[in-house]
Design a protein around this ligand. Structure first.
Ligand code: ADP
Ligand code: GLC
Length: 491
C-alpha cells in the first residue's frame, strides 16, 4: 500500500514526547513490510542535527489560505538506518522557533500549512496514497481536505484517511476567525455547525468527523474517550464513530529501547545479568550527585511536566516518604513551572536524596530507565504511555495509576504468588498514590537477601514482556485495508 504519514514530530528528527517515538517507529516498520510509506513533517531547526544531507525536491510550493499566502519548499531525507523517505516542509517564518509547539497567534497556521503541503507534495510527486495517516490535531484537517479542496483530483480518488488520537487533551481548538486560514472558507458547511456559530473551530473534532477510520493508542483509552470523564468534550462524537474506532497499543522501538542494546547506558544487561543494571544504578546516582547504596531504593521519573502526568499527587506524598525512608529520587523533565518548582524545591529540601534535572535529554532518559529501581508515573490520564513500557523492559518496575495504556500494560505484583510486573493504584488521589509507593517500598523491603530475590522476580516478570511493533503493524495494515474502496487498485 502507498501510505502518506503526516505528523508534527517524528523521532529522531524532532520529539517532545511519545508521538515522536511512534511517528518515527510505525512508518519505518510499515516500510519494512514493503509498503511505500512517505513521512511528512516540518523542518524545525533541530532536524538538521539528525539529517545533515537533505535534498530539495520542490523548491517553491505556494499555499493560498484565504488572504494568507504561504510559500514553502520541500526537502527530502531518509530515516537513519532505513531508506524510508521523509519529507521536510521548509518555512522558516513558521517553523524556526525555539520550540516545536508554541502559544503564538499563528499556531493553527503552522500545522494547517503542514497538512496542505503534504497533499500538494503528493500532487508534485504524482504519489497517489491509498492511506493518508494523520496524527493528533495538528494534522487532523487532512481527512476534510481530501473530501473538499483535493476531491477534484483523481490522484486521491482511492485515498482513504486514518486519524490516530495520541492525546485527546490537545484538540487544536481555535477561534472561528481562523476559518479563512484553513483554506476551507468555501467549505464552511463541513465544520461542526454549532461550534462555528459559537465562534469556534476544533481541528481534532473535524478529523474525528471525517476520517475513514480512527485509532487511538491503547484499548482502554479507546473506551475511556467515549465517556464524559475522559472524552474532553468529544466523547459523544466518538461514541457515534465507535464502529470505526480502534485501540492499538503502541509498540516499543527495540532498536532504541532495550537494555541489551542501549547505546546510552553505562553497561548493557538483560534479565539474566541484572548485575549490569546495578552498574547503571551506580552511574546514575553518582552522576546525579547522590551517594550510591545498593540497598537504597531509587525512584526515577522521566516526563513532560504537564497536568496530564499527575505530579500534583507528589506534592503531599513525596516529602512525607522522603522524610521517613532512606529512598532516593532522580527526576528528568521540563514543563509547567509549578512542577519544576516542586521538584527543584524537593531537591533542596532533601539534597542527599533527590536530584532534579530540568532538561530534555535523550541520553539521560535512557540512563534513568536503566539506573532507577522503580519508575513513578502517576498520570491523571495516559493514552498509552511509553515510559512504563520502557521501565518494564529495563527491569525498573513502575508505580502507575490504573488508566489508559498504563492499565493495559502494568499488572500489580502479588508478593504471595510472585505474579505481576509493577504497582498499580486505583484512585487518583494522594491516598492512592501513597498506596502505590508504599507497595513498592514494601516489596523492596531491605533491598537485600530474600527481599532482593523477590524484587528480581518482579523485575524479570516485566523484562520478559515484549511490546514489539510486529503485531501492532499488522493491526494497522488490517485497518488500512478495511477502509479501502472495492475494486482493483491503480498502479
Ligand atoms: P507523552 O507522549 O505523553 O509525553 P510517553 O510516555 O508516551 O508520554 O512518551 C514520552 C517520551 O518522551 C518518552 O520517549 C520519554 O523518554 C520522552 N521524554 C519525556 N520527557 C523527556 C525529557 N525531559 N528528556 C528526554 N526524554 C523525555
Ligand atoms: C501522547 C500520549 C502518550 C502516548 C503518546 C504516543 O503523547 O500522552 O500516552 O504514549 O502520545 O502515542
Amino acid at each position: 500500500m502507498r501510505v502518506l504519514f503526516v505528523a508534527s514530530e517524528v523521532a529522531p528528527f524532532a520529539k517532545t514526547g511519545g508521538l515522536g517515538d511512534v511517528a518515527g517507529a510505525l512508518p519505518q516498520r510499515l516500510a519494512e513490510r514493503g509498503h511505500d510509506v512517505r513521512v511528512v513533517m516540518p523542518l524545525y531547526p533541530r532536524v538538521r542535527a539528525h539529517a545533515p544531507d537533505l535534498e530539495t525536491v520542490v523548491s517553491e510550493l505556494a499555499i493560498e489560505l484565504g488572504a494568507t499566502r504561504v510559500v514553502v519548499s520541500i526537502l527530502e531525507g531518509t530515516f537513519p538506518g532505513t531508506r524510508a523517505p521523509v519529507y521536510f516542509v521548509r518555512c522558516p517564518g513558521l517553523y524556526d522557533r525555539p520550540s516545536i509547539y508554541t502559544q503564538d497567534a499563528d499556531e493553527h497556521l503552522r500545522f494547517v500549512v503542514l497538512s496542505w503541503a503534504s497533499l500538494l507534495l503528493c500532487q508534485r510527486l504524482g504519489f497517489s496514497p491509498d492511506i493518508v495517516h494523520a496524527n493528533d490535531w495538528q494534522t487532523a484537517l487532512l481527512p476534510l481536505l481530501l473530501k473538499t479542496a483535493f476531491a477534484w483530483d483523481r490522484l486521491f480518488e482511492r485515498t482513504r484517511s486514518v486519524l490516530t488520537i495520541h492525546n485527546i487533551g490537545h484538540q487544536g481548538a481555535f477561534d472561528a476567525r481562523i476559518l479563512a486560514e484553513t483554506g476551507l472558507a468555501g467549505s464552511a458547511q463541513h465544520f461542526h455547525q454549532d461550534q462555528l456559530r459559537e465562534g469556534r473551530i476544533n481541528l481534532l473534532l473535524t478529523g474525528i468527523l471525517y476520517a475513514n477510520a480512527l485509532t487511538t493508542v491503547s484499548p482502554t483509552y479507546a473506551l475511556e474517550i467515549q465517556r464524559p470523564e475522559h472524552g474532553a468534550g468529544l466523547d459523544a462524537f466518538l461514541r457515534e464513530r465507535a464502529g470505526v474506532l480502534f485501540g492499538i497499543l503502541n509498540g516499543v522501538d527495540e532498536n532504541a529501547w532495550s537494555p541489551e542494546g542501549d547505546a546510552h547506558i553505562a553497561q548493557r544487561y538483560s534479565a539474566d545479568s541484572l548485575e549490569g543494571k546495578e552498574v547503571n544504578k551506580r552511574d546514575l546516582v553518582r552522576s546525579a550527585g547522590l551517594a550510591y547504596h545498593s540497598h537504597v531504593l531509587v525512584f526515577g521519573v522521566v516526563s513532560r511536566l504537564a497536568w496530564q502526568k499527575g505530579f500534583d499527587l507528589c506534592f503531599g506524598v513525596l516529602p512525607r516518604v522522603l522524610a521517613r525512608r532512606p529512598v532516593q529520587l532522580v527526576v528528568l523533565g521540563t514543563g509547567e513551572p509549578k512542577y519544576e518548582d516542586f521538584f527543584r524545591g524537593l531537591s533542596r529540601q532533601f539534597p542527599s536524596q533527590v536530584a532534579y534535572r530540568a532538561a530534555f535529554s535523550e541520553p539521560l532518559a535512557h540512563k534513568v530507565e536503566a539506573g532507577a529501581d522503580s519508575f513513578l508515573m502517576p498520570s491523571r490520564y495516559e493514552p498509552c504511555g511509553l515510559n512504563q513500557m520502557y521501565s518494564l523492559r529495563y527491569g525498573t518496575p513502575p508505580v502507575v495509576h490504573r488508566t489508559g495504556g498504563l492499565a493495559d500494560t502494568v499488572t500489580p505484583f502479588d508478593r504471595r504468588t510472585g505474579e505481576g510486573n509493577g504497582f498499580v493504584f486505583e484512585h487518583f488521589d494522594e491516598a492512592g498514590f501513597a498506596y502505590g509507593v508504599d507497595q513498592a517500598l514494601r516489596t523492596w523491603g531491605t533491598g537485600r537477601g530474600e527481599d532482593r530475590a523477590r524484587w528480581q522476580r518482579l523485575q524479570r516478570n516485566g523484562m520478559r514482556l515484549r511490546f514489539g511493533w510486529d503485531e501492532r503493524v499488522t493491526r494497522y495494515e488490517q485497518i488500512y485495508r478495511s477502509v479501502q474502496p472495492p475494486g482493483p487498485a491503480q498502479v
